[in-house]
Design a protein around this ligand. Structure first.
Ligand code: SF4
Length: 364
């Protein structure tokens, strides 16, 4: 059995560590590129969500590199993600790909089935080894979240233009050469130190923007056209509404402190949306309200074209913007999104926020 899985930002780092520790062979899909999207667009129905098209491209590229088993997370609920796994399986079978697909639904729905599927992946590994590998993978998720926070904080403040990006790129190259969780944790620590010591320009007070929206689009830089780097280079400190850590803490962990904080955040947005309508629209609304409370300068919502939950959220965000006096902009991405137009919209929004801040400052 050689396992593969879809890309989503840095998700491949803890997943690689997990399978390395379990001695299960894996194929990490090649970094997402135009070819990945081209394959997925060819295989998926035209109106399928963009993340599903990219996932399909990942699988085909991994199968070409020797993978024969695909592990993916499942879900139920009101949006199309609920039947992604099954549809992807059918599409691959129709195309003649003979692969096994293991769908991991969140354990809350059927814990016994979840454990069964996990043991299909871990094979003959003793229970304690499996638990240790999962523990190490969750530690990596915590640590890489902290590293990402440092990159986000440093990028708009760096003295040498582009230094943060250069360090991040080096980290992403080196991590692929690591074997197992211990090496990966040591590398994260090394790069956190490097990132912490990036020299800052004196007296810099960057604009602060909160990114909200559909989870895959927020986390995967290929799909959001590197929005964090683009905003960072425009001098903006980015706050991301949802991370891999959030997903894991919400669905796979018993961390009560996190769950309490999450509930408090969701409660903040309850006046606008008070239930799950699929995807992460609930979090999108709650995060927008939370960012207004934090005094951020603006909010950007990003969604894939046709994403049903986020379209609902999009219709609510202007009300939040007006009520709480926080400028907001929505960006929709699909396979035809042009980089130049996207960059122009980001620049225009950042200009607007800078001007607004100056006026508020002058009036104070
Ligand atoms: S959240 Fe949006 S993009 Fe994701 S599966 Fe649901 S409809 Fe598609």
């Amino acid at each position: 059995m050689t396992i593969t899985f879809p890309h989503m930002g840095w998700l491949y780092i803890p997943v690689k560590a997990l399978f390395d520790d379990l001695n299960v062979p894996i194929v990490v899909p090649p970094p997402i590129n135009n070819k990945t999207l081209e394959i997925g667009t060819l295989l998926a129905p035209e109106m399928a969500c963009l993340p599903m098209k990219i996932n399909l491209g990942n699988y085909v590229q991994s199968i070409e590199n020797g993978a024969d088993t695909i592990v993916l997370t499942g879900s139920c609920g009101p949006c199309r993600f609920g039947y992604y796994g099954v549809v992807e399986q059918e599409i691959l079978r129709d195309q003649g790909y003979d692969v096994d697909i293991i769908i991991l639904d969140a354990p809350g729905r059927d814990p016994r089935e979840f454990v069964n599927r996990i043991s299909r992946i871990t094979g003959r590994s003793p229970l304690f080894k499996g638990l240790k590998a999962f523990f190490q993978a969750s530690k990596i998720i915590e640590e890489m979240d902290k590293l990402q926070q440092v990159f986000l904080r440093k990028r708009p403040r760096e003295l040498a233009k582009g230094e943060t990006d250069r360090i991040q790129t080096r980290f992403e190259k080196e991590v692929m050469k690591c074997k197992g969780s211990r090496e990966i944790l040591a590398l994260i620590e090394k790069y956190r130190h490097k990132a912490e010591t990036i020299q800052e320009r004196p007296d810099t007070t960057p604009l602060r923007i909160g990114l909200v929206g559909e989870i895959y689009t927020l986390i995967e830089p290929y799909v959001n056209l590197n929005v964090e780097k683009k905003l960072g280079s425009l001098g903006v400190e980015v706050h991301r509404g949802i991370t891999i850590r959030d997903w894991v803490k919400t669905h796979l962990s018993l961390d009560l402190k996190y769950k309490k904080e999450r509930k408090e955040k969701l409660d903040k947005g309850a006046g606008y949306l008070n239930l799950c309508i699929g995807g992460h629209a609930w979090e999108t609304i709650a995060s927008a309200v939370h960012y207004a409370d934090m005094g951020l300068d603006g909010v950007i919502q990003i969604l894939p074209f046709g994403c049903m939950p986020e379209i609902v959220a999009e219709s609510i965000i202007p009300t939040i913007s007006k009520d709480l006096d926080i400028p907001a902009m929505t960006l929709t991405v699909d396979e035809l999104t042009g980089e130049a137009g996207y960059q122009t919209r980001l620049e225009a929004f950042v200009d607007l926020l800078s001007r607004r801040k100056e006026i508020i400052y002058e009036q104070a």
